[in-house]
Design a protein around this ligand. Structure first.
Ligand code: AMP
Ligand code: MN
Ligand code: MN
Ligand code: MN
Length: 300
């Protein structure tokens, strides 16, 4: 048999650390990726690259390929859409300015949520202050955790249903940058823009096609076609969109916390028929001698 370039067996191009709403530090995340046999990892915290340097160092030591990444909060036709940037230049001043702008909007939103909680007799100002005091991107998930910790919700989901979710007393909308602006910010940093989790937007099939068309026209490169939580129908719809628009296929776990068996870090990079892997578009190959999934322990 002739040995050609080996495809990746296990990659994860969508994962969070405590620099946004994950719970592990970048080094802990990489340690977990190593035990799961991940050969290529991207850290894609919401609107920040703060954890990427530490993750890159840890990946280099572990023999794991690493891509600087971030998940950019964006708006399209009034809906929140997430655009993952991969292989970003950490020194891009324009991307850094874009991300800092979104984090400032997020901080403003957390303060507004605090005011709304105050109006309902909850310690909203204290909660907002606690969320904004921690390093990293502030998110509603941190507010939810504070609400749970202080006994105002039974769990995070309850906090969203009772207070933070759409139509609830502390819901606050935000005017995030448009999808095209996020793609442009990623492209100016030399990165590849990937439309995240298309199955979660509750868009009609027609609207999703229009989103993909505009994303492609704006300079988008890929679409997430394989994520935990995608049903067979979701996956085949995502694959059809990728084929129709010539978008490369990306996959990742959208990992936030360990111990959730249905959302483990590390995915088999087996993409549907006819989909070009984003790794191929980026010209990536596994480094010789990297840990292979078959050698790795299965447990988290
Ligand atoms: P934000 O980006 O500030 O809007 O916060 C949203 C984050 O909260 C998401 O990235 C999820 O991690 C998390 N989240 C959203 N909805 C829920 C929910 N219903 N239950 C638990 N976590 C949620
Ligand atoms: Mn999140
Ligand atoms: Mn997302
Ligand atoms: Mn995510």
């Amino acid at each position: 048999m002739i040995a050609g370039p080996q495809p990746f067996e296990r990659i994860d191009l969508h994962a969070h650390s405590h620099w946004s709403d994950g719970t592990l530090g970048p080094e802990e995340l990489v340690a977990l990726a190593r035990t799961r046999g991940v050969q290529l990892l991207a850290l894609t915290d919401h609107d920040t690259m703060a954890g990427c340097e530490a993750a890159a160092t840890a990946c280099a030591a572990a023999g794991i390929g690493f891509l600087y990444g971030s998940e950019l909060t964006s708006l399209w036709r009034g809906r929140e859409i997430h655009v993952v940037g991969l292989r970003l230049d950490p020194h891009s001043a324009s991307l850094a300015a874009h991300l800092a702008g979104v984090r400032a909007q997020r901080a403003e939103r957390i303060r507004a949520i605090g005011l709304k909680l105050d109006a309902r007799g909850l310690p909203g100002a204290d909660i907002a202050a606690a969320v904004l005091a921690r390093p990293g991107t502030p998110t509603r998930l941190h507010v939810a955790r504070e609400l749970v910790r202080r006994g105002h919700a039974t769990d995070e989901d309850d906090a969203f249903q009772r207070w933070l979710g759409k139509g609830q007393p502390a819901a606050v909308a935000a005017a995030w940058p448009g999808v095209a602006a996020s793609v442009a910010a990623i492209n100016t940093a030399g990165g590849a823009a990937v439309l995240a989790h298309p199955h979660r937007y509750r868009l009609s099939a027609g609207a999703l096609r229009e989103l993909c068309g505009e994303f492609l026209a704006a300079g988008g490169l890929g679409l997430e076609v394989s994520l935990p939580g995608m049903g067979i129908g979701d996956a085949s719809r995502a694959a059809a969109l990728a084929r129709r628009y010539g978008l490369a296929g990306s996959c990742g776990s959208d990992f936030h916390v360990p111990g959730i068996p249905w959302r483990p870090l590390g995915r088999f990079a087996k993409l549907p028929e006819g989909i070009v892997p984003i790794t191929e578009r980026l010209g990536l190959e596994p480094a010789p001698g990297t840990l292979r999934a078959s050698q790795a322990p299965a447990a988290e």
